[in-house]
Design a protein around this ligand. Structure first.
Ligand code: GTP
Ligand code: MG
Length: 368
């Protein structure tokens, strides 16, 4: 129930209707006996009467896959997942390339790392996962859909340009998601570069650097000359160590769709970041309105793999449809996959219909 009438509240609380109306009035709500009172107001009202409200667990949504709680003993360390954010043209992609090259030159002589929107870097025997999302729009979209995939945000700020509107937006998104921020002041090779000026601007946004008494790690880098890349990777590992990131690899997999598309030859292809459990070939999966069996998995180097453990990004083939970025992928039994996917499709149809009607009405009004 989303609301209750004053009469119903009176019965529930065991108080006279008049008393309820009077209290509501004191709270600034004018109500009659049949007035619907929303749950938030009802809760405040209850506390005014000294009644404690017990929250019932939310009703099971047939379109949701309930998550299983993992015991503390089942948890094992997992690599950190890092998202690069920042203003347009400040060098996010270049920085990722520089990081990847450090990795590539180290182990794959002449090998070209296949781009799958997310990749793993090996630095001093530590894995770090980078999400190659186009700035923070994808991050926002994912967050809006309830997906939390990022452990650490790298905020790229060009030393010759400074804090810009999208920099501030990125800071706000990371803060809202409670994700620690490491600032990479990029393009320090440029003539107009002024790291101290950037630090000053960051302070104005509440990001005070360590040497100025704050807690924000600021690493001056150049994606062009590869200066500071190792320091940045070291700082990522340092922050990750404090976070003590863990997941249970021995359970049915849960992950998030990073990106997905319809490939002409291969059908729907989804890049998935596995977050819990191990995803295997043959697993029955559901993601958004799509479902199917994992037919093949390809890692960030373009190799076919049979399984993917927590914090591993993989391309997954075998879905019936193209899911959306931010959709949760879960391994379930076949019946659940089909029935939940069908329920999601009809739910979406109803939502879309509501939207269409609204647009038509609005259009009518604007035309008159
Ligand atoms: P969007 O994806 O469009 O938001 O841009 P981005 O943040 O990914 O920036 P990108 O890596 O595309 O770099 C933008 C421009 O800055 C390119 O011309 C790069 O060559 C240049 N650039 C990036 N990093 C550096 C650097 O460290 N030094 C210098 N001099 N130029 C850089
Ligand atoms: Mg880019």
């Amino acid at each position: 129930t989303e609301s209750m009438t004053v009469k119903e509240l009176s019965a529930k609380f065991g108080r006279e209707v008049g008393e309820i109306i009077k209290k509501l009035m004191m709270l600034g709500v004018m109500a009659t006996i049949n007035q619907e009172i929303d749950m938030d107001t009802a809760k405040i009202l209850a506390s005014e009467f000294g009644i404690t409200v017990e929250e019932l667990p939310p009703a099971e949504d047939p379109t949701e896959i309930p998550d299983i709680e993992d015991s503390a003993e089942s948890l094992l360390p997992r690599p950190p997942v890092v998202t690069i954010m920042g203003h347009v043209d400040h060098g996010k992609t270049s920085l990722l390339d520089a990081i990847r090259q450090t990795n590539v030159t180290g182990q794959e002589a002449g090998g070209i790392t296949q781009h799958i929107g997310a990749y793993q870097v090996n630095y001093q025997n530590n894995k770090i996962v980078f999400l190659d999302t186009p700035g923070h729009e994808a991050f926002t979209a994912m967050r809006a859909r309830g997906a939390q995939v990022t452990d650490i945000a790298i905020l790229v700020v060009a030393a010759d340009d400074g804090v810009m509107p999208q920099t501030i937006e990125a800071i706000n998104h990371a803060k809202a998601a409670k994700v620690p921020i490491i600032v990479a002041v990029n393009k320090i090779d440029r003539p107009g570069a002024n790291v101290d000026r950037i630090k000053q601007q960051l302070t104005e946004q509440g990001l005070v650097t360590e040497e100025w008494g704050g807690e924000t790690i600021v690493v001056p880098v150049s994606a062009k000359t590869k200066t500071g890349i190792n320091e940045l990777l070291e700082m990522i590992l340092l922050v990750a160590e404090v976070q003590d990131l863990k997941a249970n690899p021995n359970r049915l997999a849960i992950g998030t769709i990073i990106e997905a598309e319809l490939d002409k030859g291969r059908g729907p292809v989804a890049t998935v970041l596995v977050q819990k459990g191990t995803l295997r070939i043959g697993d029955t999966i559901i993601a958004g309105t799509a479902y199917g069996k994992v037919r093949a998995m390809i890692n960030d180097r373009g190799d076919k793999v049979k399984k993917a453990t927590p914090s591993t990004p993989v391309e997954v083939l075998g879905l019936s449809d193209v899911p959306m970025a931010g959709d949760i992928l879960a391994v379930v039994d076949e019946n659940t996959a089909r029935s939940v996917a069908e329920k999601r499709v009809s739910k979406k149809r109803i939502e879309d219909m509501g939207q269409m009607q609204k647009i038509t009405l609005d259009d009518l009004f604007t035309q008159i």
